[in-house]
Design a binder for this molecule. Structure first.
Ligand SMILES: CC(C)(COP(=O)(O)OP(=O)(O)OC[C@H]1O[C@@H](n2cnc3c(N)ncnc32)[C@H](O)[C@@H]1OP(=O)(O)O)[C@@H](O)C(=O)NCCC(=O)NCCS
Length: 217
């Protein structure tokens, strides 16, 4: 399965990552970028709606801590948040060899890495975070239930770490349920370390949270 990742916020605001990289060198410029309103061109709205709806479906099936759609949308609108979708276009490529779609329409997008997210893409995982200065706070990483334990979580985390380390992130923080062995194993594989335990942190079952950090050296 050929996999791609794209940050939906980059699709809307393609200048952000490079500006983020320069943030500590040029605070004034950074402030301007971060204050830019979240304006979505009308031709992008269908693909964003599609991607967020698919993310939400995966979240409802597979996440242990449930957000409602409003929380998803509110997080999406926040400055500094990132919504990365992991998707495959395999079927699309096979069945649509004569595609002559206008690249500016609302069915096909060319990301600047030349990766296509379209209404026919199959979204199989996602990653939500926000960044503050040189820190990334990971809010959620989820793989569709029937695709778990096939290396997709590894693929996504590898993509995210490489991309955002390159953009200047030095600390990656997250919280994970103490019983979530698969997620803990994934994070440890990439060098995350436990630095604190939050006793009874999760409201639903009073489970402890492990706070983990990866520091880029
Ligand atoms: C946690 C999650 C994102 C991991 O993604 P994944 O695609 O299933 O994980 P991978 O197949 O890439 O495996 C990553 C590592 O997890 C471990 N792992 C995989 N399957 C496992 C299992 N069934 N039990 C325990 N550990 C397991 C392994 O260490 C594996 O690395 P390895 O294969 O190199 O040994 C995914 O399972 C998921 O969406 N879970 C539900 C949502 C969730 O708990 N998210 C985390 C919130 S903090």
């Amino acid at each position: 399965m050929e996999l791609n990742c794209v940050n939906l916020k980059d699709i809307i605001n393609s200048g952000l990552p490079e500006d983020f990289k320069d943030s500590d060198k040029n605070e004034e410029k950074n402030r301007t970028v971060l204050n830019r309103p979240l304006e979505v061109a009308s031709n992008l709205q269908p693909i964003l709606d599609y991607a967020i709806k698919e993310m939400f479906n995966i979240h409802m099936q597979a996440s242990q801590t449930i957000w409602d759609m409003k929380m998803f949308n509110d997080e999406f609108k926040k400055q500094g948040s990132g919504f990365i979708v992991c998707y495959t276009n395999n079927e699309y490529k096979k069945s649509d060899k004569t595609d002559k779609t206008d690249k500016t329409d609302n069915k096909t997008l060319i990301h600047k890495d030349n990766v296509k997210l379209s209404l026919k893409s199959q979204i199989i995982g996602f990653f939500i975070f926000y960044t503050v200065l040189d820190e990334m706070h990971i809010l959620d990483i989820t793989v569709a239930k029937n695709e778990q334990s096939k290396g997709i979580g590894t693929f996504m985390l590898d993509y995210i770490l490489r991309k955002y380390i390159n953009l200047g992130v030095k600390y990656f923080y997250l919280e994970v349920r103490a019983s979530n062995d698969r997620a803990i194993n994934l994070y440890k594989k990439f060098g995350f370390k436990i630095f604190m335990l939050r006793k009874g942190y999760y409201d639903d079952n009073k489970e402890d949270a492990l706070c983990m950090v990866k520091e880029v050296v």
